[in-house]
Write a protein that binds this ligand. Structure first.
Ligand SMILES: [Zn+2]
Length: 182
């Protein structure tokens, strides 16, 4: 068994190496740190916003939203769904680090649309233990954005829920569409 994951060809100008993907990342980090200067920032996000988004590799949140270092909290998971752990992060973000707006981002062609809650049965059969977490799969991406917004608005822990908006990112055009009626 090899320990290196299959690595796609690096774009021109990228740092390459013969090691694992992690070694490649570490090489890149040394270059990054060489040019890095301490921005002298506070931990509180400048724009007072938390962005909750799917972990999908095709979404570059900072570029897509014109965000810069220090601007926002980014909270990502499979689907960008509002789980208890997202509520935990939002609670800390708002109560301890001064954010008051939330932007939710789901996207077209999400891997969660191809899953069902039956994934938990598969896991149980394979490893003999049923996961405690829900898969949070969905069929209607806009409906799932609405549900995510509702979970934030109804949480007793999240104090600022006036400015919570949800969007679907189109992975082919790069455009966000706002989900209405939440
Ligand atoms: Zn996704």
């Amino acid at each position: 068994m090899t320990t290196s994951a299959s690595v796609p060809p690096a774009p021109e100008g990228a740092i390459t190496g013969d090691g694992s993907v992690t070694d490649r990342l570490l090489d890149a980090n040394r270059v990054y740190a060489d040019a890095f200067t301490d921005p002298g920032m506070d931990a509180r996000p400048v724009l007072k916003v938390a962005v909750v988004a799917c972990m999908d590799a095709r979404i570059d949140l900072h570029d897509a939203l014109g965000l810069r270092l220090g601007d926002c909290h980014t909270i990502r998971n499979a689907g960008g769904v509002v789980t208890d752990d997202v509520i935990r992060s939002l609670t800390i973000s708002q109560r301890k680090l001064g954010t008051s707006s939330v932007v939710l981002i789901h996207h077209t062609n999400c891997g969660l649309e191809a899953l069902t809650e039956g994934f938990r049965d598969e896991l149980e059969q394979e490893v003999g233990q049923r996961p405690a977490w829900a898969v949070e799969s969905f069929r209607d991406v806009e409906q799932d954005v609405r549900q995510s917004i509702r979970r934030i608005r109804t949480s007793p822990f999240v104090p600022h829920t006036d400015d919570v908006r949800g969007f679907v990112f189109d992975v082919r055009t790069g455009l966000l569409s706002e989900v209405e009626g939440a």
